[in-house]
Design a protein around this ligand. Sequence first.
Ligand code: NAP
Length: 466
Amino acid sequence: MKSRLGTEEHPLRVAIVGSGPAGFYAAEYLLKSDLNVQIDMFDRLPTPFGLVRFGVAPDHLKIKSVTRVFDRIAKNEAFRFFGNVDIGQDISLDDLRNHYHQICFATGAQTDRSMGIPGEDIPRSHAATEFVAWYNGHPDYRDCEFDFSAERVAVVGVGNVAVDVARILCRTPEELMGTDIAEHALEALRHSKVREVYMLGRRGPLQAAFTNPEARELGELKGADIHVPQDEARLDPLSEAELESSEDDKLHKKVAIVQGFAEQEPEGKPRRLTLRFLVSPTELIAGEDGGVRTMRLEKNELVADGDRTSPRGTGLIEDLPVDLVFRSVGYRGIPIEGLPFHERWGVIPNEAGRVTDAETEQPLTGMYVSGWIKRGPSGVIGTNKKDGTETATAMLEDVASSSVLEPANPDAGAIDGLVRERQKNVVTYEDWTRLDALELSKGDQAGRPRVKFTSREEMQEALSSG
Ligand code: NAP
């Protein structure tokens, strides 16, 4: 029976959980194979595309055009989207095992890492991931509140997410109008009193995690001057030697961009963005109102630490007055019930996408991972193409060796019935296409690229009245 899997009479039935790039790229590769594959993609949110919709910055519209590729995949007749269906709540892992030969989790990294310092959770100190989800209109974060009566904001970390956060804080209302930022965020930021934004790197410019185009953009903001203290832009001897021996053009350019900023004269723009290096927050201190007023920083030096150049505190302390803090020190995966989890790395243990048992390290039949839950929160959207392809390749190899689940009920209609029984408001891809058109037309009326729906209720209402 199993040997005929992947034929018209006996299609390979695959469930993909998560509709971001890692899920879509795995689906694309599977659909291109010679086998007859049917894919059902689930997302707990009503809308597809994961971090392309809720992570990519609203002013980076070009990056979002990758959804055209996903749209093409979704329109394949062997593909179905089940939005607003929570695997774990509406449908269990055992339900999936009963209906599919293979299950691939592409659930990303849904929470954030913490700094682990005293005062981290006092009012006006937030995870950047929450701010990002809020300004991108994620339904679970629309009611978050950030106090933009603050004049001085610190963003901890110098990765691309920190760059996005700093840039959005510095954008003028006119610039934000030209983005697909959520309406509630546009309105709140219109009244922002923010004047000073600090981005804080614990290591030097050479080790900064941001990429060059993103860094360059910080020097082109209409409403904010860029500033880097000269002494922090200069490389320490260790980094100097590392750069000298490196032929990586991108590293040389990165340092040149930062040092160029340090030379720049202010133009008197209303806001100032300061990039700091070799400083680590050690404590957040509340003011009289209980909210953050001071960030205690320790000056670092760099030391060789195996392959890595690590920061080491020098004991030199500085108190930075700030009224709002976003920590942007990385995302983190969360466990999935019924699957093993690597606590320290925040990923599901796997080999080339095959989920492996925590103890025996042997693959668990029929279970796969793709994207950030597989490799951790690194890389750009395109990185997920290679990643998803690797997982899909493993899946196809396992079909060839008959190492698949044996679902009791692999019929496509059966799972459809079960899902609808458990969740009345399933959003299909066709439904999403209608929501998409409505968002674009609301955008058109408002002179904006798109006005997003930000609540499940709004979306249901729009779908039932259309
Ligand atoms: P990231 O690139 O890993 O950057 C994390 C930053 O946090 C690093 O600067 C890191 O410094 C710092 N950090 C970590 N722990 C810290 C601590 N305890 N104290 C102070 N600083 C600390 O992560 P990300 O910015 O969240 O981005 C995630 C991925 O998405 C990245 O691959 C990124 O490139 C990608 N992304 C891309 C775009 C784009 O292409 N435009 C936009 C957004 C995100 P160390 O280096 O010293 O550890």
